[in-house]
Design a protein around this ligand. Structure first.
Ligand SMILES: NC(=O)c1ccc[n+]([C@@H]2O[C@H](COP(=O)([O-])OP(=O)(O)OC[C@H]3O[C@@H](n4cnc5c(N)ncnc54)[C@H](OP(=O)(O)O)[C@@H]3O)[C@@H](O)[C@H]2O)c1
Length: 325
């Protein structure tokens, strides 16, 4: 796998990373968890050079970090560039639609100070390579939150800092406290909002952009042909773009990705990831999977070069019906 730098001063990472959220959270929650396979997938990602491993304390909550910690035990930690997040908390475990959890922000410095130690304990490590603010808390100046995260760097508990879903103004304010190595934003063939401001700003500043849900929560792989194919107790069943009334139209976009993929002898997932990587040398997608064959498929995107004509065809795809949330 080719490598790139995580921000101007960050470590080398594979041009594709691995998102671990879906190994124990949000998707397919009615199915029994298969931790052994998830652990094997994470180690396989490291073998393939997908070294940036992304988790968060709120995934589970906490279970995902524990799982990642188990996967990295036994000498694998040193092979990974380990990223976790702080600042999103469950406010009500069953208060949302279909008894889903409700989330809130907590960017208070005291929360950050205790959370980093708890994350390190669960991850079985003395430091994370990238500590990211999951959401800016509107009740707490981002300078204060980031200041507490900078204390974690000073204490050797985190090497680099990042933000997630932040505006350019919030990124700038965080930079006034401590260098920002990366920003995570939803970014894929059907969510392109960051192209307006955040991506150009990150490129100008040498900040890595980590697209989350780079496969459009899986839809861009061509794997789902109807709403009924979504697993039971799955977060996507509540997302506007997956609803029955718009899904048929939205799947027409996926069909166009598939047509191009077939022409290139690639898969739709590879095309979706290659398009993202073509947006800049420090655009590092973190596709999520717990399935060995999907991981191999995604890794193949590292070798797929899209021509200017292919990119123009993908740029011209329509936007999907329905908002992100
Ligand atoms: N910063 C944030 O606020 C935020 C928010 C959401 C996610 N994230 C991060 O971003 C990562 C990725 O996002 P995501 O998991 O939401 O969405 P995604 O990567 O766009 O899609 C994941 C889904 O696609 C499926 N999949 C993956 N590769 C496939 C392939 N080659 N063929 C067929 N299906 C495939 C997965 O299946 P299986 O799981 O069944 O293998 C899973 O259902 C997360 O793991 C997390 O680390 C961050």
């Amino acid at each position: 796998m080719r490598t790139t730098t995580l921000g101007t001063k960050g470590p080398q990472v594979g041009v594709l990373g691995l998102g671990c959220m879906g190994m124990s959270f949000a998707y397919d929650m009615a199915a029994p968890r298969d931790d052994d396979t998830a652990i094997a997938v994470l180690r396989q990602a490291l073998d393939l050079g997908m070294t940036l491993i992304d988790t968060a304390d709120v995934y589970g909550p906490f279970a995902n970090e524990e799982l990642v910690g188990r996967a990295l035990a036994g000498g694998h930690r040193e092979r990974a560039v380990l990223a976790t997040k702080v600042g999103l908390v469950v406010t009500d475990p069953t208060g949302g639609p279909d008894n889903s959890p409700l989330f809130g922000n907590n960017g208070r410095p005291e929360h950050i100070r205790t959370s980093i130690d708890a994350s390190l304990r669960r991850l079985g490590t003395d430091h994370v390579d990238l500590y990211q603010l999951h959401r800016v808390d509107p009740q707490v100046p981002v300078e204060e939150t980031f200041g507490a995260m900078a204390e974690a760097v000073a204490a050797g508990k985190a090497r680099h800092l990042g933000l997630s879903e932040a505006t350019v103004d919030e990124i700038r304010r965080a930079q006034s406290v401590h260098p920002v190595a990366s920003v995570q934003s939803e970014f894929s063939l059907w969510t392109r909002d960051v192209q307006a401001e955040v991506l150009p700003y990150c490129q100008d500043q040498g900040i890595a952009l980590l697209p989350w849900s780079p496969l459009g929560q899986g839809i861009l792989t061509g794997r789902f042909a109807s709403f009924d194919e979504l697993p039971e107790d799955d977060f996507r069943r509540r997302l506007p773009r997956f609803q029955q009334d718009v899904l048929r139209d939205n799947l027409a976009i996926v069909a166009q990705v598939r047509t191009l993929a077939e022409r290139l002898g690639a898969t739709p997932a590879q095309v979706a990831l290659a398009w993202l990587m073509a947006q800049g040398p420090q655009v590092i997608p973190i596709p999520g999977t717990k399935t060995p064959k999907y991981l191999t498929d995604n890794a193949g995107a590292g070798d797929l070069e899209l021509s200017a004509t292919d990119l123009a065809e993908l740029d011209a795809l329509p936007t999907p019906h329905g908002g992100r949330f």
